[in-house]
Design a protein around this ligand. Structure first.
Ligand SMILES: [Mg+2]
Length: 238
């Protein structure tokens, strides 16, 4: 890999590049719940375990693979793969313009997601921004011991993939506070929490009001357009 000295932008995909108002997290939560029930747990047990694994591992699937030998690709097909995404999100010209306005002589633009490649590419394709993303680091469910956010290994692997030696060069935005915290702890330079206060999201099968948690030291934004001001140094000047 040739050395690339530019900054690098890491974009989370789900509930960051599209709004939580799309209710995709709710539909995802329902499918994951159904998957647990199909494995033989009662509704209550399924809810409890789903939430426990999400909290413990950042991803319910991680617990299912570790403790119950679930085939992650079967899970992905039945959960993310069965979402009617085309009915839930649509091409987003303002997102596209935002990404186009990142000065590519200064920064590369990559995506960093806990989803599998197929879901990530599907979302980017529907939003109409696939060609704006130069690299994709996804959760590789086909590996026996795959890592995911917020595990340090996942971020370290992302830097390796992109050939980044200096984490202060990273600009990162994610709707999950723990994912932002993890990047911050690893010395990622410009971490932003995308936080659509007042909207509702489903995490680990439980409904949660966004932004209800105690505020911390991160920059929090409610609209991606705010990045133009916060990350001024990497946007083309109008
Ligand atoms: Mg997200």
């Amino acid at each position: 890999m040739t050395f690339d000295d530019r900054y690098i932008v890491w974009l989370d995909i789900d509930n960051t590049l599209y709004s939580a108002s799309s209710k995709i997290s709710q539909a995802m939560g329902e499918r994951i719940h159904a998957y647990f029930v199909e494995l033989g747990w009662s509704d209550d047990e399924a809810s409890e375990l789903h939430h426990k694994y999400y909290t413990q591992y950042g991803l319910a699937l991680r617990g299912l693979v570790r403790h119950h030998q679930v085939d992650p690709l079967d899970f992905d097909r039945k959960c993310d793969g069965s979402l009617p995404l085309e009915d839930m999100i649509k091409p987003d010209p303002s997102l596209r313009k935002l990404l186009q306005d990142i000065d590519r002589s200064k920064a590369r633009v990559w995506a960093l997601t806990n989803a599998y490649r197929t879901h990530a590419q599907r979302v980017l394709g529907i939003l109409g921004v696939e060609d704006q993303i130069e690299g994709l680091v996804y959760c590789d469910y086909s590996l026996p011991n795959f890592a995911c956010k917020p595990e340090p290994e996942f971020y370290e692997n992302a830097l390796k993939r992109a050939g980044v030696t200096d984490p202060t060069k990273c600009f990162f935005v994610d709707d999950s506070k723990i994912n932002v915290e993890a990047a911050f702890k690893l010395g990622w330079g410009h971490c932003v929490h995308f936080c659509e206060r007042g909207l509702e999201v489903v995490e680990g099968g439980k409904r949660k009001e966004i932004g209800a948690e105690i505020p911390n030291g991160f920059t929090a934004i409610t609209h991606l357009e705010e990045l133009r001001a916060i990350w001024k140094e990497i946007f083309v000047q109008q």
